[in-house]
Design a protein around this ligand. Structure first.
Ligand code: NDP
Length: 335
């Protein structure tokens, strides 16, 4: 275990695609702790699409990263010193901490996790924020029901893979798309999706969706935007719901893209289109964690992750995830 602290700080804001030059890898002091604080040795760090938005200097639901400051992420770690009665030395915890080996926390937003229930990295994925996002989006926003057709984009990723499996548990006909043939095979052969396709090689996506969803799409769980959203819109059933979870196809755009054509269909087909942020639904998120632990144990939920080794690999893991190089949830193991 490293005797020193290392951190990744924001060096510059990207214009268009994010690149390794936007990050600084620096040596730093292991922080001292005061009253009420804990020192955490970070073990796994999550890289997530929303971080691309935080690299821009623009107001959003979460403040932008600041140049020269340590980046922030979902992190699982172990408490190594504690001046906080809620946490003991040795406890494993998850929270929003730095892209660094050692973090100081006053305990706010920090949650204990049980390493005997699941591998620690799962608390950043299927038993963490992405899993909660899938559940909140599918239940509270999409109101998916038995017998309905569910379509999910970025389907093999951290959120999408859980969306599809929950859809199966709820009795939906589940269709997904992903950007590589091995990902597509994983969806149908491992995760139980009814149908799946590679959006890069399928030809016109709206035609493919018409073929795979002949009764129309009742719930579109949108992770991507752009052409895929437009194709889904054209295939929606009357009274369908579009769950706007993310628009990753646009996160590195330098100029705002034109909106999807076919907006009139929202009126004609009486569609509901709703965006959401998982953190507004934490009660439901906690309900999901209880259920998901059981579903994982009895094999109804399966999980795949890509693990990058070492803090210095975090920028590349993040960039690779935005490009689709991850297979399942992308995490970074900190040495
Ligand atoms: P993933 O694990 O799914 O990784 C991102 C994936 O997106 C890539 O692997 C790639 O897969 C796909 N992708 C990237 N660019 C494109 C593109 N141009 N067209 C189609 N697919 C693309 O990430 P997450 O599961 O963490 O996030 C999925 C979505 O959910 C994101 O949009 C994210 O912002 C959103 N999100 C929203 C939350 C909320 O509260 N609203 C919370 C968490 C996530 P492929 O190989 O298949 O192309």
């Amino acid at each position: 275990m490293s005797e020193k602290n290392y951190q990744i700080r924001l060096k510059s804001r990207p214009k268009g695609w994010v690149s390794p030059e936007n990050f600084d890898y620096v040596e730093a002091e292991i922080p001292d702790i005061g009253d009420g604080q804990v020192l955490i040795r970070n073990l796994y760090l999550s890289v997530d699409p929303y971080m691309r938005g935080r690299m821009n200097d623009a107001p959003s639901y979460i403040p932008p990263f600041q140049i020269g400051e340590v980046l922030e992420a979902g992190v699982v770690g172990q408490v190594i010193k504690s001046n906080n009665p809620k946490f003991a030395q040795g406890d494993h915890v998850v929270g929003m901490l730095g892209w660094e080996l050692y973090s100081r926390s006053d305990g706010s937003g920090l949650m204990k996790v049980d390493p005997s229930l699941a591998p620690l990295s799962y608390y950043l994925g299927i038993l963490g924020m992405p899993g909660m996002t899938a559940y909140v989006g599918l239940t509270a926003i999409g109101e998916a029901k038995k017998g309905e057709t569910l379509f999910v984009s970025a389907a093999s990723g951290a959120v999408g893979s859980v969306v599809g499996q929950l859809g199966r548990i709820f009795g939906c006909h589940v269709v997904g798309c992903a950007g590589a043939d091995d990902k597509v095979a994983y969806l149908t052969q491992e995760l139980g999706f009814d149908r799946a396709f590679n959006y890069k090689t399928a030809g016109q996506v709206h035609k493919k969706l018409a073929e795979l969803c002949p009764a129309g799409i009742d719930v579109n769980f949108e992770n991507v935007g752009g052409e895929i959203l437009e194709a889904a819109l054209w295939n929606m059933s009357n009274f369908g719901r579009i769950v706007l979870c993310g628009l990753i196809a646009h996160y590195n755009d330098e100029k705002m893209a034109p909106g999807p054509r076919g907006m009139g269909l929202i009126i004609q087909r009486r569609l509901k289109v709703q965006g959401f942020i998982v953190f507004d639904h934490m009660d439901l998120g906690m309900e999901y964690i209880q259920k998901a632990a059981g579903w994982l144990k009895d094999g109804q939920l399966k999980y795949h992750e890509s693990v990058a080794e070492g803090l210095d690999q975090a920028p590349q893991a993040f960039i690779g995830m935005l490009k689709g190089e991850n297979f399942g949830k992308q995490v970074v193991k900190l040495d």
